[in-house]
Design a protein around this ligand. Sequence first.
Ligand code: KDG
Ligand code: MG
Length: 402
Amino acid sequence: MKIKEIRVIVASPGRNFVTVKIITDEGLYGIGDATVNGREKAVVAYLEDHVAPCLIGRDPMQIEDIWQYLYRGAYWRRGPITMAAISGVDMALWDIKAKAANMPLYQLLGGASRGRIMCYAHAQGRTIAEVVEAVQEKREQGFAAIRAQAGVPGFESIYGIRKDKKKLTTLAKALPVEEVWSTSEYLRHIPKVFEKLRDVVGWNTHLLHDAHHRLTPIEAARLGKELEPFRLFWLEDAVPAELPEGYRLVRQHTTTPIALGEIFNTIWDARQLIEEQLIDYIRTTSVHAGGVTGLRRIFDFASIYHVRTACHGPTDVSPVTMGTNLHIDLWVPNFGIQEYSGYREATHEMFPHAWSWKGGYLHPGEAIGHGVDIDEAVAEKYPYKRAYLPVNRLEDGTLWHW
Ligand code: KDG
Ligand code: MG
């Protein structure tokens, strides 16, 4: 079997997705996700100009060799653009291999270790009352785990939670929206949010919170400590992770579990955090951390250090990533949880998929391959639209982490 053609499809059924389609001379094809939110076209150029020409004529079964060829062979290693391109190719190749083997991908990985995959939903609101209502709504839908994000009093818009309720994707069409942030106000407010949530929902629902890289280690340590009475499932991305040893301080001061890694691209980004047991959950996901090949390596390594998996699954990773993650989730021995924030109807229409969601649980389905396809005619209806994530400033104008 040989790779005959590689198509890179960019479409925006509500938000932008970059999809790789690898077609073989035997008619089998595979699909991969290569989306990097806000920088999509960079991956498209990388794939079309630099990757696709090197792969035509190669044997699609040689997944490891192709992965190494694109990783080591580029000389310029790692980074989100390179790794998203490698991930897209890798997912498509595993899809082809599983189709050729006539089995669902999870069977190729070693078979199912569980019957269903626990996932967590997003709930957010500007006020505590709104957050409580949003969490209750998710509980009624059957979610056993819910991430709660709250606005901070006195601030117009925090972490995409806006007063005017306009969707960020609409606002961000031209240039990035700018938000204003105060760590001290946030730190005073968040424990009150979780105190109220525990009062209302009791102890049977897992509650999670994402600090989105905005704190210093000592601030994160304090927040973790103050949240201890409310027994969070985790505190996510408390501190930017470029300096992994910063997490030692967080770890020394709190027993609130720590989750990290949604923006990591390789095992090297996660190595020290895992090896020193500074985190409890590793959030790497198939589209940003090297596809099935990269993710499997990270997760196996994490299993030695009591670190469990928690694949990133926001609306800006496509249903192809979701499907691929779910096959890994079903197999991986050290599974923790899967993020699931759902998709718009148009996105489901563009990516027909075998995976399914019911209440708080997901399953990859029994279709051969990873079970996600792309309807190219539907994709044509939704052309790419430039869009950005917001940026964040402190009250004095200093650019901060979003
Ligand atoms: O593109 C950025 C989003 O994926 C990110 O803001 C979502 O933090 C996120 C999460 O935990 O899902
Ligand atoms: Mg996050």
